[in-house]
Design a protein around this ligand. Structure first.
Ligand code: SAH
Ligand code: F3S
Length: 443
């Protein structure tokens, strides 16, 4: 490469900072792939880059606030080094307009326009604004792009659907990511086979609502069955399932294929039918409990996790008690709990009142988090004395003499390294536990 060309390429070095969920991590790999193909260089850290992209999340208010602070922090560096700052991913319209008007960023690219990213960058470099036809908005599945795996990892993610058609009233995703679109199964199979050949041992299929995957006559359970047989030595996980769309065929696929992991993330959001209706979740508490019963019948060893929102519009003490009561009935293995934050543009923001005081939201959130911790400990104790197959992902953060990995139920385990190495499946006996980590010994 001649010197000039090299210099030119150096000006095009980029760095991506991720906010939000696994879907964003997965999207950053697609964006990296697009930029590399177009002659940009991936910088190993932010300081060395000329272009910094923030892959943003707007699902809850907190992530956008963090991004806002981060952008403020970088403004002086932006001026000094003439950096280009761009936001990609999900961003509420309010913040997008604010960031652009205040010139805190040079451009914003939504999740269906990544193929246009280089144009946005080019126009910003010459001080112009790029806008493109929105005809294909929400229709991009990026199946012509093989995600660039930034780090070679034992476990990784692959998006199989993008967008969402379920209009949960609290959720901004259908507005920021558009309507649901499924990826071609041939692309999914090819990517998984390639990953396996490159040493990846576990793949998590991602979608806002994976169970509604559909490509011609192939549905999600078909896809699981096909993949499990094509790559029998690869662990397969998926996330997330909306209880409304989960079919018994999917449960059967999990139970029949040993390489499909025995864990289901099944966000319930609330235990009260009144609140579920206000959230437009399309299932009732009773239907949800009946699904849990079917899961436990068809896959007895399955772990189940949840998402719960506390303090949604009109949630009273009684609704909150129903959530507590549901948690006590199910005793989830673990869960993610949030207090409701109204997102501009959503139905709840426009039509419902955010009328649960902040203090009450806080108290209720603490109560469910404490309860979940108790349940988690109880569930973890079920593994004491049992032998578990743990896929080793890396070193334990607390002790460098220990490995860290997960069992099929997605529960974290640590144990002395012995002769094992990263990527191995270790058989370990669980001898101790906390509410978050199983502690084992090699056998
Ligand atoms: N279908 C995706 C939803 C992504 S949002 C999935 O299930 O992963 C992830 C979680 O964030 C939701 O399940 C919900 O519990 C929470 N969440 C979404 N919007 C929220 C809001 N406005 N306030 C608080 N929590 C919210
Ligand atoms: Fe959001 Fe509901 Fe879809 S939580 S991503 S609208 S399933």
């Amino acid at each position: 490469m001649d010197k000039n060309k090299n210099k030119k390429r150096l000006n095009k070095s980029f760095f991506i900072e991720n906010y939000g969920c696994k879907m964003n991590v997965s999207d950053s790999e697609i964006v990296t792939s697009i930029l590399l193909k177009n002659g940009f260089l991936l910088s190993e850290n932010l300081e060395k880059a000329n272009i910094i992209l923030f892959n943003s999340c707007s699902v809850r208010e907190k992530a956008e606030l963090t991004l806002r602070n981060r952008l403020d922090e970088l403004q002086s560096l932006k001026k000094k080094k003439n950096l280009l700052l761009g936001v990609i991913g999900c961003l509420s319209k309010k913040n997008r307009d604010f960031f652009l008007e205040e010139k805190k960023i040079d451009f914003f690219v939504d999740p269906s326009s990544y193929n246009e990213l280089t144009n946005y960058i080019h126009y910003s470099t010459i001080g112009k604004k790029y806008s493109h036809s929105t005809q294909r908005k929400g229709k991009e599945s990026y199946t012509n792009i093989s995600p660039f795996r930034i780090k070679k990892r034992v476990t990784t993610f692959l998006s199989i659907t993008r967008g969402c058609n379920n209009m949960c009233t609290f959720c901004i995703v259908p507005f920021t990511r558009g309507r649901e679109i499924s990826s071609d199964p041939n692309y999914i199979i090819q990517e998984c086979e390639k990953l396996y050949k490159n040493g990846c041992k576990e793949i998590t299929l991602l979608g806002q609502n994976v169970d509604s995957y559909q490509w011609n006559d192939i549905n999600f359970s078909d896809l699981l069955n096909i993949l499990a047989k094509k790559i029998p030595m690869m662990r397969i996980r998926f996330s997330t399932s909306n209880p409304h769309d989960m079919s018994d065929d999917v449960l059967t696929a999990i139970s029949k294929n040993p390489n499909i992991c025995k864990h289901i993330h099944l966000p319930v959001q609330s235990g009260s039918n009144k609140i579920l209706k206000l959230m437009n979740r399309k299932y009732t508490r009773e239907k949800y409990i009946s699904l849990i019963k079917r899961i436990r019948k068809i896959i007895p060893e399955c772990s189940i996790s949840h998402d719960i929102i506390t303090g949604f519009c009109n949630e009273n003490e009684n609704d909150h008690k129903e959530t507590i009561n549901l948690m006590n009935q199910i005793k989830y293995n673990y869960g993610y709990m949030f207090s409701y934050s109204p997102r501009p543009g959503t139905y709840a923001y426009r039509k419902l009142q955010d009328n649960v005081p902040q203090e009450v939201k806080k108290t209720r959130l603490k109560e469910i988090i404490d309860l979940q911790r108790k349940h988690s400990l109880l569930r973890m104790k079920e593994y004491l004395g049992k032998i578990q197959e743990i896929l080793i992902e890396g070193e334990s953060k607390k002790n460098n003499q220990y490995w860290y990995g997960r069992n099929t139920q997605n529960l974290v385990a640590v144990f002395p390294k012995g002769f094992y190495k990263i990527g191995d499946i270790a058989h370990i006996k669980i001898i101790e536990t906390t509410s978050a980590t199983l502690i084992g010994k090699t056998i």
